[in-house]
Design a protein around this ligand. Structure first.
Ligand code: 5GP
Ligand code: MN
Length: 326
């Protein structure tokens, strides 16, 4: 995918909106705010707004998060809508009408499931994060400390603090460049990634305690139901990180985490150690993501959802086994 030139895309634009996926995560917030802060500083004549669902408390360390809009505006359509870290227009959630009405649309993303749905697309599935992609579009000399903090957070989150296999030498070079802007990198990682509230730790404990090894111990599965959410007074954003912890279990290939959002409806998070491409599994049921981290919302009983998911995983594990035996 050809790299785009910001100057060209912004030429003649007066009003620009930025938006990311529902339930914004670290990379979504980092890439949106990083680009927002840069545009504000470098293109003062362009009126720029960010639209995101309510940002989890931990990410409010990042400058500009207090100016994010959580509701649709009235008035004229935007000249340009920039969609970040979002594999399809539906996943924009409440801001989708702004995407649809905008005179031009640009998508910056690294999801392998992204089908290039905007007018202009900058999609690089090999990139560690959308924040890394945003960095490649900016004039590095002009990146401010606040912008660097946002992008660094995004990259740190989507690489599991520079540990997942999506972390490339380029990722590390970009992180180094951002550190040279004088950011407090250890504080960003500590406060936005590792620090957990008491409630988050409690519900993590529940999920781990009730997890089960299945499929000959190749998968681990855990379910958090609405009654547990009520009991712990937890928000959906408090569940972030649970599936990553499940994935660390020695011997398992895939971690499956179900969150009951409504009766007979589950948000499914999948994480793989490498053999299974979980983006394929999620895509089969209408979701998406990356080879090692994907998600989907599914209807039915938890039993049925787990059966359907494990059925698709089993096909891939069998194929891998046959390839090894061949
Ligand atoms: P998580 O499990 O943390 O919600 O998501 C893991 C990855 O899968 C993220 O990159 C996320 O954007 C993607 N993902 C999660 N749920 C969905 C979904 O319902 N649809 C699509 N297309 N992608 C999803
Ligand atoms: Mn991302």
């Amino acid at each position: 995918m050809n790299r785009i030139v910001l100057d060209d895309v912004l030429k003649g634009k007066k009003k620009v909106a930025l938006g990311g996926h529902v339930r914004p995560d670290g990379d979504c917030v980092g890439s949106c705010l990083g680009l927002f802060l840069y545009l504000e500083e470098q293109y003062p004549d362009v009126e720029t707004h960010v639209y995101l669902e309510t940002i989890p408390d931990a990410y409010t360390l990042i400058q500009g998060t207090d100016r994010v809009r959580t509701e649709l505006p009235e008035g004229e359509p935007y000249d340009l809508f920039i969609c970040l870290d979002c594999g399809d227009a539906q996943r924009l959630g409440f801001s989708m009408p702004l995407f649809e009405s905008a005179k031009e649309t640009l998508c910056i993303d690294h999801h392998v499931s992204n089908e290039a749905f905007a007018d202009i697309n900058y999609i690089v599935p090999d990139a560690s994060s959308t924040s890394e992609l945003v960095f490649t579009l900016l004039d590095r000399e002009k990146i401010s400390k606040a912008c660097a903090e946002a992008l660094y957070m995004g990259i740190a989150h989507d690489t599991g603090v520079f540990q997942y296999s999506c972390t490339s030498p380029e990722t590390m070079e970009i992180a180094a460049e951002l550190m040279r802007k004088g950011i407090n990198s250890s504080e960003i990682i500590d406060k936005t990634y590792y620090e957990k509230t008491y409630i988050q730790n409690q519900i993590l404990g529940r999920a781990l305690l009730e997890s089960m090894l299945i499929m000959d111990k190749q998968c681990i599965v855990s379910v958090i139901r609405r009654r547990s959410m009520e009991f712990f007074q937890a928000q959906p954003s408090d569940l972030e990180g649970i599936v990553s912890q499940l994935r660390l279990t020695k011997g398992v290939e895939v971690a499956i985490f179900l969150h009951e959002t409504e009766p007979q409806k589950y948000k499914v998070s999948l994480r793989s150690k490498g053999i299974v491409d979980v983006s394929q599994v999620a895509k089969y049921f209408g979701g998406g993501g990356h080879a090692r981290a994907a998600g989907v919302t599914m209807k039915g009983s938890s039993h049925d959802v787990i059966n359907n998911i494990t059925g698709r995983i089993a096909i891939q594990l069998k194929q891998a086994q046959e390839e090894r035996d061949a």
